[in-house]
Write a protein that binds this ligand. Structure first.
Ligand code: ADP
Ligand code: MG
Length: 947
């Protein structure tokens, strides 16, 4: 609240602060943006600004105005929202306090400053509106804007899938209706709980912004339409309400006055995202497959996207928008064959034609960030340099079209570029002819506009430029008029800030010319020790002209530039279309370059549930290992030509020709299981994104979703136990996978005790085998391999081959049919450098334990049999053998007295000797398994239930 005793500036500050209470306020004063009070304290703590005092008790911290962007980045990175109050009046003209206004509000999702944005990462802000969150099938309406490019998308999705949709679109800020008296819905909790780090920053907004009436008004004002039907949006629908609330938010953060016609003009009308056209990768899968960043370092380099952001010669995209588009393509691959095939065809046209690739590379090299510049044009923030960069970028359309025009695969692109060229080439020419080649960053620095563009400007400039000539001539003229005895000694002409231009005579000259001073209209202004200074009307007139000329020049430059900006903003749609074409061609060129470099192949996409890859490689590892990578194949799903042209129904009986849909991969640690199953998922993903794939051949049936889950690693998620996370994620797969999905499971069940884990892994594998999505299941539970016999035609065992040599093992990284013979854990431990005595001791213990292991495996086979019987009984129900009764049976059967004994040992207190004794007694028990079984295990009845 402003107080009476406040200075006018402080009152201004406080009224801004009242308007934006949850923002840090940067308040322009002279050459600094100042923060006051709490804001100053917070900012100095967060980013180390020096804290000073303005007057007693008022903490203050400042940043130099030319460093604003830099500091904005830091503050927004730390999770702050920042409002910037600028001076909107020339301080010289101000009577009293300078006019100021909040000119922008910077939040994570609404950055448009180039310096604040990572070039390759899109920056999106979304608004969400949930319908009744208590419904089991609650829906979320989502509106998503990429402000720096102007794109606007709306969609609805199941509320449970909200996080995945946000992750797929790299949304960095989510606005949601804040309900004063109600807790936020559970769907939003993970987002609201987010500290700094990945995932969207939550921004609450008043719930009434989402009301049908208010949001409709916001959209109607933005797009000047009465109804949204034209955009394919139902007025008052949840999507429209989310969209309206989002538009209102954008206008506020961009400080757009309601009557400003052009502001946010680059924001396209909302379009509905077609959910069916994409192959969904949920947030877990994006992470597990390291699509955008690596798990270990979080860096883009080393991820799949990173492959296409490297040096252009190695298949990196060239343009900033290409770099963002490739991320979108890889995080949201397509699921429609025609569009995928169209991308493949264009990549093929470039892969086979190095000359064309080179031509494109050269043409794209000069293209700048057109969408971000366009956005700044629309937000009235474009600089002279921006326009020059825009013009030059647009000029690249011609050579791009030239490079592809004779290729039928690019016929559509060529036609579109040609139609865009007419308006845009004219614009580019205008820019080139109007602005100087290398204009300064700011308009006020002058010399932005070329000579010959504006007559008045030229005149003013010639005044300024010819000024020194005029002064020299005037100096000569006055010297002559004064008729000094020493004609060679010219009078001096100088300038000072007190009385401007003056003529200076030495004391001697002044005395000599004393009689002619009046005739020359010289007025004495200053007497120095040895000199006198005079002004004349002519000199003053010149001075006024020069000062005016400088002002005129600046005014004219501003006028010319503003007109050029206005002309440019007439082409926002064309510019957007052009940048999309250029971005696509850039990504396709990158795909083709990579394909040529590493010998990638064009995948065949079909409509069968097939997954056949011959000699596939891991796209990122093969790059790292430089050709040392061992290729592997996979063959799941129906054989071409024999299977029906539709997704198999779970109820279909397996036919003679059906291929297994689930591959169970066993093998020792470090053998290459994880690498193999991820590479299959990545190849599938790349094919759907329109890229060639690292393989000799690949035939891939369209996927609707790719799920990847990795058994608990060390990461703790939101306080849940790792096992809970693992099971939640797996539940999500079992509930959402369709026969068209690809599922990759890595060591599921690892997060709990062996027996629980094995039981769950078993039941999950059975359930997936029955439901028939293509599945790769890497496991260290060798017991599961009996499933191959039990579920013939559905499950196939694969193992990673290792060679054993004198007790050591050599990893061959080759996948072969069949189960792994041993787990080689002890040998791997030796390789890892465990001390020899420990390794030898472990080998002894292992020998002793082997017997009980056999018991476990026998048990496995018996369980599989019972499961099979139960499956036959269940066929009338849902066809899934994984029902409760077997699970109960399984867990109750497995406990073995020896295992129970081992579990009961307290390994933290046991001495080695005690351990050995314990082991000996266990070993005695397990050599008499029948007795143990008779003592402990329950009997199994014929129908598979427990007695
Ligand atoms: P696992 O999951 O079986 O423990 P990983 O898949 O994690 O094994 O592989 C371990 C390491 O082996 C990888 O980091 C990689 O360096 C190497 N590797 C795996 N597969 C291959 C392969 N096909 N060719 C070459 N090296 C491989
Ligand atoms: Mg692994």
């Amino acid at each position: 609240m402003p107080a009476k005793t406040d200075t006018p500036a402080m009152r201004q500050f406080k009224s801004f602060k009242d308007q934006q209470p949850d923002c840090l306020l940067l308040f322009r004063m002279g050459d600094f943006y100042e923060l006051f009070f709490e804001d100053a304290v917070k900012a100095s703590e967060a980013i180390g600004l020096t804290l000073t005092q303005r007057s007693e008790g008022v903490p203050m911290a400042g940043v130099p105005h030319h460093q604003l962007e830099n500091y904005l980045t830091k503050l927004v990175d730390r999770g702050f929202r920042v409002a910037v109050a600028d001076q909107t009046q020339d301080p010289k003209e101000a009577k009293g306090v300078v006019d100021r206004a909040i000119t922008q509000i910077v939040t994570p999702g609404t950055l448009t400053h180039d310096a604040l944005l990572e070039q390759h990462a899109p920056n999106r802000v979304a608004a969400v509106l949930l319908d009744d969150p208590d419904l089991p099938d609650a829906r979320a309406a989502l509106a998503v804007v990429e402000l720096s490019a102007g794109s606007f998308e709306v969609l609805t999705c199941p509320a449970a899938g909200l996080l995945d949709e946000l992750a797929a679109r790299a949304v960095s800020e989510l606005i949601y209706p804040e309900l004063a008296d109600a807790a936020p819905p559970p769907t939003l909790r993970p987002i609201l709980a987010r500290a700094a780090g990945p995932g969207p920053a939550p921004t609450p907004r008043p719930a009434w912004h989402f009301r049908p009436q208010e949001s409709h008004e916001a959209l109607a004002r933005q797009y000047r339409v009465a109804s949204l039907q034209g955009f394919g949006l139902q007025d008052q629908s949840p999507e429209a309400r989310a969209a309206g609330a989002l538009v209102r938010y954008l206008r506020e953060t961009q400080a757009v006055a309601d009557d400003h016609p052009a502001a946010l003009a680059h924001l396209q009308p909302p379009t509905r995202a077609a959910d069916t056209a994409h192959c969904t990768l949920d947030a877990f899968s994006l992470r597990a497959l390291e699509v955008e960043r690596t798990i270990r370092t979080g860096a883009v380099q080393g991820s799949l996207v990173g492959l296409f952001l490297g040096p252009p010669a190695a298949g990196g995209c060239r343009t900033p928008m290409g770099k963002r588009l490739v991320r979108d393509w890889l995080c949201r691959p397509l699921a429609a064959a025609p569009e995928i095939t169209r991308r493949h065809a264009r990549v093929a046209a470039l892969t086979g034609n190095p000359a064309r690739r080179d031509a494109l590379a050269a043409a794209l090299a000069g293209v700048q960030d057109i969408p971000r510049i366009t956005a700044r044009v629309a937000l009235n923030r474009a600089s002279p340099r921006d326009l020059v960069a825009l013009g030059r970028s647009v000029e690249r359309l011609a050579p791009v079209a030239e490079a592809v025009q004779d290729d039928p695969a690019f016929a559509e692109d060529t036609a579109q570029i040609t139609s865009l060229q007419q308006p845009l080439a004219a614009l580019a020419t205008r820019i080139r002819n109007t602005l100087s080649d290398e204009p300064p960053a700011r308009l006020t620095d002058g010399n932005v506009v070329r000579d010959g563009v504006d007559e008045e400007l030229d005149h003013a400039r010639s005044l300024l430029r010819d000024g020194s000539k005029w002064l020299a001539a005037y100096q000569a003229k006055i010297t002559a008029q004064l008729d000094l005895p020493d004609a060679k000694a010219k009078v001096k002409v100088g300038y000072n800030s007190v009385f401007g231009y003056y003529i200076e005579l030495t004391a001697v000259q002044a005395r000599d010319a004393a009689e002619r001073l009046a005739a020359c209209e010289m007025t004495r202004k200053q007497t120095l020790k040895n000199a006198e200074r005079f002004i004349t009307p002519e000199l003053k007139a010149y001075e006024d002209d020069a000062a005016r000329a400088e002002g005129t020049a600046l005014d004219r430059e501003r006028a010319v530039f503003t007109a050029l900006l206005a002309e440019t903003s007439n082409h926002l749609r064309h510019l957007d279309h052009a940048q999309r074409l250029l971005a696509e061609i850039d990504v396709l060129t990158a795909f083709a370059t990579r394909a040529a470099r590493r010998d990638w192949t064009r995948p065949e996409i079909n409509d069968r549930n097939q997954l056949s890859i011959t000699a596939g490689r891991h796209p990122v590892l093969e790059e790292l290992l430089e050709g040392e990578f061992t290729p592997n194949s996979v063959d799941l799903g129906p054989t071409p030509g024999t299977a029906p042209d539709r997704a198999p129904d779970p109820a279909d009986p397996p036919t003679q020709d059906a291929r297994p849909n689930l591959a169970l991969i066993t093998g020792p640690n470090m053998a290459g299981k994880s690498t193999y199953i991820r590479q299959v998922a990545l190849i599938t993903l790349l094919a759907h994104a329109g890229s060639f794939v690292p393989a000799e051949a690949a035939t891939i049936g369209l996927c609707d979703r790719i799920f990847t889950r990795v058994g608990a690693d060390d990461a703790l998620h939101e306080g849940q136990s790792t096992f809970m996370v693992e099971m939640t994620e797996t539940a999500n797969i079992l509930n959402n996978a369709t026969p068209r999905s690809l599922i990759v499971l890595d060591e599921i069940g690892r997060g709990t005790s062996t027996l629980d884990g094995l039981s769950l892994a078993w039941a999950i594998a059975e359930s997936l085998a029955a439901a028939r999505p293509r599945t790769l299941f890497a496991t260290h539970y060798h017991e599961l391999t009996v499933l191959e016999q039990q579920l013939r035609q559905r499950v196939q065992n694969l193992h990673v081959r290792v060679r054993e040599h004198n007790g050591d093992i050599v990893f061959l990284h080759q996948i072969h049919p069949g189960r792994a013979e041993a787990s080689y854990g002890v040998q791997v431990a030796r390789l890892a450098g465990l001390p020899a005595p420990v390794v030898e001791r472990a080998a002894d213990i292992l020998d002793n334990l082997r017997l009980s292991h056999h018991t476990l495996e026998d048990a496995g086979e018996r369980i599989a049999e019972t499961a099979n019987r139960a499956a036959n009984n269940n066929d009338n129900n849902n066809g899934s053998p994984a029902t409760g009764s077997q699970l109960g049976l399984f867990t109750e059967f497995l406990p073995h007295p020896a295992l129970e004994e081992i579990k009961a040992l307290d390994l933290n207190t046991l001495s080695p000797l005690e351990a050995f004794d314990a082991l000996r007694s266990i070993s005695d028990t397990v050599t008499r398994p029948h007795q143990a079984s008779a003592d402990g295990g329950p009997e199994i009845a014929e129908d598979g239930s427990t007695i």
